[in-house]
Design a protein around this ligand. Sequence first.
Ligand SMILES: [Zn+2]
Length: 58
Amino acid sequence: MSLEERTIEPLGDHCEVCGTQLTQAELEDILQTGGPVLCAIHADDLVEDEDEDEDGPA
Ligand SMILES: [Zn+2]
């Protein structure tokens, strides 16, 4: 274990995939989930469609 005290990790504020600037809301969501730094679009890509209410791609 390291005694090195870590402050807030410099989470990127750009999507790891497309590099777009993340919004404050997206950043807060990432901090809460601790998930990867992704924009809403790509973060959504990681989530499998649980509710398939809509018609699938025909
Ligand atoms: Zn993205």
